[in-house]
Design a protein around this ligand. Structure first.
Ligand SMILES: C[S@@+](CC[C@H](N)C(=O)[O-])C[C@H]1O[C@@H](n2cnc3c(N)ncnc32)[C@H](O)[C@@H]1O
Length: 463
């Protein structure tokens, strides 16, 4: 996959409403000055392009606000907040056995075969592995226990997680060693690895070109790089179209099983774990720069990950009730993936190093300079790389208003937006996504909107 596909439905005419008109109004309000609308974009080949936001859904593979910075050109530190817990008890989409089976099937072709066994049977077994961002070490323990690799070295920034990994390795008598390091420095131990494992790691890496290049250098020609990772929108800032697709499937679920659709709150992510999906959209193209892909399967998630992860309502239902609902969601997810493979949030890749890339010195310097500039400018902009999605901007405004009733808060947001019927409709639709359906009708009445607010002919498109 090259540069992630840019999708915009904003030029669509929906009944009497031109979504371009809505876009123009919203852009002026969300990004008030012309300079706030300008951003630079680094494409997959490392070149830079200047852009100006024209549609509410505008986004690119990688973009940064055009601001100058006095920061010196050194590695910018991006790390999770101290004590951030990656393994807190939570419901994920793969908490359901049927989801695991379906993911196995998508990845390996067999419901009962997980990626590790597939890796061993098709490409291994292996002698010595480097495990990126190993966390509590469960991945390398499983790889050793299932005879996929003989020994491994794990690296991670977290002393606490490494301590857990070390204790478990010692207790189980496993040939595992650990190093504490910031992966962004790419200063990995130099050993004879024939396997490098990226399990949910690269989407936490800021200097993704540097790290991918170093892994390529470390591996011999027959070595293998395996990746099971999130490659969806950065910091989970889903574009409006994807959010809306999931929202529609959610609405058709039984009320007791519905997800509470809260848009991922960027300020919270920045305060707790700014590494979360920092450059997830670049994972795929960074791998392609330095590795020849021998096996790739997109795993989907565009609907199921959004509706099943953190959905406690569904998870609390008895298995015989939740199971058919999970399958309905997974079927909708499959349909989305089949119709639009670029919508995938996760992918499984097995690849071998492309050492010839390492000889293209001019290209390599260009990629390094682009990456250093991107990180330096982002550090000077509070770690923000991209313009906010429109859904994020509006949901943050509603959330930030604090006191008062929801209607008062919404009215206050409206006061900052020119009061056209179109914008009011948009706000009501956004409310409907964050709050229960009853509030939609109340909000529509309160704002004096005619007819059914969810009627698509009145609804601006928010791609
Ligand atoms: C989603 S967890 C994945 C852990 C493990 N690979 C797994 O699959 O369970 C992300 C990991 O990245 C680590 N991490 C985040 N930023 C890092 C950095 N700059 N250098 C090294 N590790 C980092 C975290 O400590 C955490 O263990």
């Amino acid at each position: 996959m090259g540069e992630p596909e840019f999708r915009s439905r904003s030029s669509m005419e929906t009944g009497v409403v031109s979504t371009r008109m809505v876009s123009a109004t919203l852009i002026e309000n969300l990004y008030p000055s012309p300079s706030a609308r300008r951003y630079r974009c680094c494409t997959a080949d490392g070149s830079w392009r200047n852009h100006s936001i024209r549609n509410v859904g505008d986004r690119s593979s990688l973009s940064i606000p055009m601001r100058s910075s006095d920061e010196p050109g050194q590695t910018q530190k991006v790390a999770p907040a101290e004590g951030f817990d990656y393994y807190r008890p939570a419901v994920y989409w793969n908490s359901y056995p049927s989801v695991v089976e379906m993911l196995n099937e998508r990845a390996t072709g067999d419901v009962a075969t997980w990626w590790g066994s597939h890796l061993r049977d098709a490409f291994g077994p292996f002698r010595h592995a480097l495990i990126l961002n190993c966390g509590n070490g469960w991945v390398e323990r499983a790889l050793i226990e299932q005879k996929i690799v003989e020994s491994a070295v794990g690296v991670d920034i977290s002393d606490e997680l490494l301590a857990i990994a070390r204790i478990k390795a010692e207790t189980d008598g496993l040939p595992l060693r650990y190093h504490q390091l910031d992966v962004n420095t790419a200063e990995f131990p130099v050993e004879e690895f024939d396997l490098v494992v990226n399990h949910a790691a690269l989407h936490h890496v800021a200097y993704i070109d540097r790290v991918s290049r170093r892994i390529c250098e470390l591996l011999p020609p027959h070595g293998v790089f395996v990746s099971w990772d999130y490659i969806g929108p950065h910091r989970n800032q889903y574009p409006g179209g994807m959010w809306e697709d999931a929202w529609r499937v959610n609405e058709n679920l039984p009320p007791e099983a519905r997800q509470v659709m809260a848009y991922p709150h960027l300020p919270t992510i920045m305060a707790t774990d700014p590494t979360e999906a920092i450059h997830s959209e670049l994972v795929s193209c960074s791998i392609e720069r330095y590795f020849r892909i021998e096996h790739r399967r997109d795993l989907g998630g565009g609907i199921a990950y959004l509706l099943l992860t953190h959905n406690h309502h569904l998870h609390d239902l008895p298995n015989d009730v939740s199971e058919p609902i999970v399958r309905t969601v997974m079927n909708a997810d499959f349909d989305l993936l089949a119709g639009d493979p670029a919508s995938t949030l996760f992918t499984y890749i097995v690849a071998r190093p492309k050492h010839e890339t390492l000889t293209a010195t001019e290209q390599l310097s260009h990629w390094t300079e682009s990456e250093d500039e991107r990180e330096r400018l982002a550090a000077a902009s509070g770690g923000i790389y991209y313009p906010r999605t429109a859904v994020a901007s509006l949901s943050e405004q509603v959330a930030a208003l604090g006191g008062g009733t929801l209607d008062e808060r919404t009215a206050s947001v409206l006061a900052r937006v020119p009061g056209t019927m179109l914008v009011r409709t948009l706000i009501v639709r956004l409310k409907a996504r964050f709050y229960p359906p009853r509030s939609l009708r109340r909000a529509a009445r309160g704002l004096g909107l005619p007819g059914q607010a969810r009627n698509r002919s009145l609804s601006p498109d928010l791609s």
